[in-house]
Design a protein around this ligand. Sequence first.
Ligand SMILES: NC(=O)c1ccc[n+]([C@@H]2O[C@H](COP(=O)([O-])OP(=O)(O)OC[C@H]3O[C@@H](n4cnc5c(N)ncnc54)[C@H](O)[C@@H]3O)[C@@H](O)[C@H]2O)c1
Length: 254
Amino acid sequence: MNNLFSVQNKVVLITGSTRGLGLSLAKGFAEAGAFVVINGRTKHDVDEVVKQIQHKGGKSAGVAFDVTNRGAIETNIKKVEAEVGPIHVLINNAGIHRRAPLEELRDEDWKKVIDVNLNSAFYVSQTVFPYMRDRRKGKIINITSLNAEKARPNIGNYSAAKGGLKMLTKSMATEWGKYNIQTNAIGPGYFKTDLTEALVNDPDFDRWVKSEVPLQRWGIPEELIGTAIYLASDASNYVNGHTVYVDGGWQASL
Ligand SMILES: NC(=O)c1ccc[n+]([C@@H]2O[C@H](COP(=O)([O-])OP(=O)(O)OC[C@H]3O[C@@H](n4cnc5c(N)ncnc54)[C@H](O)[C@@H]3O)[C@@H](O)[C@H]2O)c1
């Protein structure tokens, strides 16, 4: 019973973990005793975070690759499996925004946001899948958003990507459950990170968030850790295909 929520020594790969929510998750898993594999686009940023975690006594290694680059994904997943150990948990967290009204949104910004927020989760998961399948063990956690359910002006590309990722989560759960791989998603509400900096600094938006969220505040990145550890641990072994909204109650209220 005491080990139900344990992630001790489990290898956890978190995409886009050099800052923001991914970084916070990485630190949370390291504190819980997991071996955290940091990912970002540059070796410099990745090495910095690995150093920080190791400095605090955590277990960590890093792999720099772009989550939209198939070749780089394959090379690096192979490397992690060979040099670090079996990937037990994959967290597809990397994400970006390119904001514009739909009628002005350029094709390249539509495609880029779909590529980084949705296609990447398919690419990385499909690459990790055979290893998890052969071991008959694995956990995949996709980071979606409140915007998988509700639209807002100027982020049509992002909402479409996150809505797609919610359904990709259900597809993975449906097809890969037979290999004892559980796939779930976490849908954060509004958290203070670099990604939302423009919104945090907009007084009207800040007021709107505080008036709409039942808890009347923004989320802080550390508040995602508990849900992620639950979905990564044996405590959730019969939970498959769900999205847990960590949003201060926003989904629940009008
Ligand atoms: N902050 C929020 O309020 C919020 C709300 C809902 C969902 N989310 C989701 O949470 C996730 C993390 O968001 P965040 O707020 O921490 O953002 P962030 O911008 O602070 O961090 C994003 C991370 O992804 C990495 N990244 C971006 N493109 C990449 C690529 N092509 N390859 C590899 N890494 C790449 C960045 O380097 C960075 O480390 C995203 O998927 C985002 O959509 C965030």
